[in-house]
Design a protein around this ligand. Structure first.
Ligand code: ADP
Length: 297
């Protein structure tokens, strides 16, 4: 059986989620109603989602030499992710997201910590890992030069490089050129290209040389087919409970099913992401290959 090898170059965070009856005013101390911590960071989430789908996954990233870092490494290994290329940094905290949920809304502060201690030399040291991968997957929660170095190595070895351009920032032309595919939502795509927010999808795709799969929430995703032009993969109708992690599951599935060709990869990605929104938490709903196959049968 073919097992795809995926190299994920990205962030690792501990998500600290506090629930409260309302948001505190400035200077106010409020008693919260609950607390939980979850493994997060787009890199870690996409690595775990790809591993659930049966891929052989290696993650390149960084954590701090602290309790969160150790817990995250153990958690990733438990999910079958190879963490040999995750470095542990002294004197830098593990990345964390401080999330307060109240009034059906949230406030989030992300401290990048060790994620921004990752260097170009760290990425270049993993050239063999990138050369051995079938697909290389990255996001923008690590320093941009690291993403650029990963893209350059993927290109050098003829490997597809999928870039999930989130959180959005204007991308250098060279990175756009080195990426096989971008996987933004409409807002992220406009920012990535430095174009106005409400630019028509057709024009956004043209500006990115059509190497885009644009996610559209419950409406699925748009992709470009050289024969048919802009195509829509409709969303799969599900009972949505929590959309956290849908984008990460989408990216992982796209990488895992890349060898099937873009239309089939996008169909699998939409189905995997739809399954992920039916359960609570970023990683709670990430499907196995068997669950995905059953859903698509
Ligand atoms: P992001 O959170 O990055 O903007 P989206 O909300 O577009 O990402 O979700 C990513 C993918 O997850 C979508 O392309 C779609 O396939 C799937 N998805 C998201 N929300 C739903 C939903 N309510 N029902 C079915 N699929 C969904």
């Amino acid at each position: 059986m073919y097992t795809p090898k995926i190299a994920v170059i990205g962030s690792i965070n501990m998500d600290l989620v506090t629930t409260a009856p309302r948001f505190p005013a400035v200077g106010e101390t409020l008693l919260g109603s609950g607390f939980a911590q979850f493994m997060g960071g787009k890199g870690a989430n996409q690595a775990v989602a790809a591993a659930r789908l049966g891929a052989e996954v290696a993650l390149v990233g960084a954590v701090g030499d602290d309790a969160f870092g150790r817990e995250l490494l153990a958690g990733l290994q438990e999910q079958g992710v190879d963490t040999a290329a995750v470095k542990t940094l002294a004197n830098t905290p593990t990345g964390m997201a401080n999330i307060t949920v109240a009034e059906a809304d949230n406030h989030i502060i992300v401290v990048s910590g060790a994620n921004f201690g990752l260097t170009v030399a760290d990425i270049e040291a993993q050239e063999a890992l990138i050369a051995a991968a079938d697909v290389v997957l990255s996001q923008l929660e690590i320093p941009l030069p690291c993403v650029e170095a990963a893209a350059a190595l993927a290109q050098k070895h003829g490997k597809p490089f999928i870039l999930n351009p989130a959180p959005a920032q204007r991308l250098p032309e060279s990175l756009l050129a080195a990426s096989s595919l971008l996987t933004p939502n409409a807002h992220e795509l406009a920012i990535s290209l430095g174009l106005p927010e409400h630019t028509a999808a057709h024009d956004l795709f043209a500006a990115a040389n059509h190497r885009v799969v644009m996610t559209c929430g419950a409406d699925g995703a748009l992709y470009y087919d050289p024969q048919a032009g802009l195509c829509q993969q409709p969303g799969f109708a599900v009972q949505a409970v929590d959309s956290t992690g849908a984008g990460d599951t989408f990216n992982a599935a796209l990488a895992v099913y890349w060898p099937l060709g873009l239309p089939q990869a996008v169909r699998h990605a939409c189905a995997a992401a739809a399954l992920s929104v039916t359960r609570m938490g970023a990683q709670g709903g990430m499907p196995s290959a068997a669950a995905l196959a059953a859903f698509l049968a």
